[in-house]
Design a protein around this ligand. Structure first.
Ligand SMILES: Nc1ncnc2c1ncn2[C@@H]1O[C@H](COP(=O)(O)OP(=O)(O)OP(=O)(O)O)[C@@H](O)[C@H]1O
Ligand SMILES: [Mg+2]
Length: 237
């Protein structure tokens, strides 16, 4: 019998970097499956391969071995143009450093991916406002990034990442530059989005106090999955 639908499945995923004659195996044989409506936290020491894994799933980097099946299609077989399309429509990405454009307002930052995708003006406006409301920032729409707190900036970045209605949100240490209150708010937002929107979240973090909010915690150690703990303290599935 066929199992439940998978958004992403990595199969024996490996990535080796060659740098000045030295080989670094950042990932060695990682098998990870992301089902719809899941919130997966990826933990592990610095250098354990978290960023490498997220970048590979986003199609920003190419594996050395193994497969990355995105909705059952192997990213390895996709052209750069197809990967760009995938990132535009199916995947949202959030970084530690927010990455907002400083001269654009919160609203304009959120609207930009829709402009790039050629969405018509009226729908752009509706969706940008909806995405800002989702992160609780409708009242900050006209603020530029420097007129926002760090936590607010990251919420704008999340809003921008979900405005295209992706099926998967990847977040690389999204709370790394935030205090504990704002960090919890961001993870709380992920948790809420997973349950109210049909989206899955994979977030790398160093902060163990946030893990109870995820359904699953995956620990990377030297490029392999050391532990897969089902958490879901609040939402068991
Ligand atoms: N472009 C690169 N060229 C060579 N080696 C790399 C490259 N990117 C990453 N590495 C190496 O691969 C390993 C995994 O790096 P990665 O950035 O995935 O770790 P990480 O878990 O995200 O660490 P951190 O918690 O510090 O962000 C490290 O040993 C790193 O030095
Ligand atoms: Mg990293």
């Amino acid at each position: 019998m066929k199992g439940p639908r998978r958004i992403v499945a990595t199969v024996d995923l490996g990535r080796t970097y060659h740098l000045e004659g030295e080989e670094v195996s950042a990932l060695r044989g990682v098998n990870l499956t992301v089902h719809p409506g899941r919130f997966i936290a990826v933990v592990g020491r610095s250098g354990s391969g978290k960023t490498t894994l997220l970048n590979l799933i986003a199609g920003l980097d190419r594996p050395t071995s193994g497969q990355i099946l995105f909705e059952e299609r192997d990213l390895v077989d996709m052209s750069e143009a197809e990967l760009t399309e995938l990132r535009r429509h199916k995947i949202g990405f959030v970084f530690q450093s927010f990455g907002l454009l400083p001269l654009l307002s919160a609203y304009e930052n959120v609207e930009l991916p829709l402009r790039i995708s050629g969405v018509a003006a009226r729908e752009r406006d509706e969706r940008a406002r909806e995405a800002l409301a989702m992160v609780g920032l409708s009242h900050r729409a006209n603020h530029r990034p420097y007129e926002l707190s760090g936590g607010e900036q990251q919420r704008v970045a999340i809003s921008r990442a979900i405005v295209t209605r992706p099926v998967l949100l990847l977040a690389d240490e999204p709370t790394g530059e935030l205090d504990s209150v704002n960090a919890r708010a961001i993870f709380g937002l992920f948790e809420e989005m997973v349950h109210t929107q049909s989206i899955s979240v994979v977030a790398a973090t160093h902060d163990s106090t946030l893990l109870e909010m995820a359904n699953q915690v995956l620990e990377l150690r030297d490029g392999t999955i050391a532990e897969k703990a089902e958490v879901g303290l609040r939402y068991r599935s």
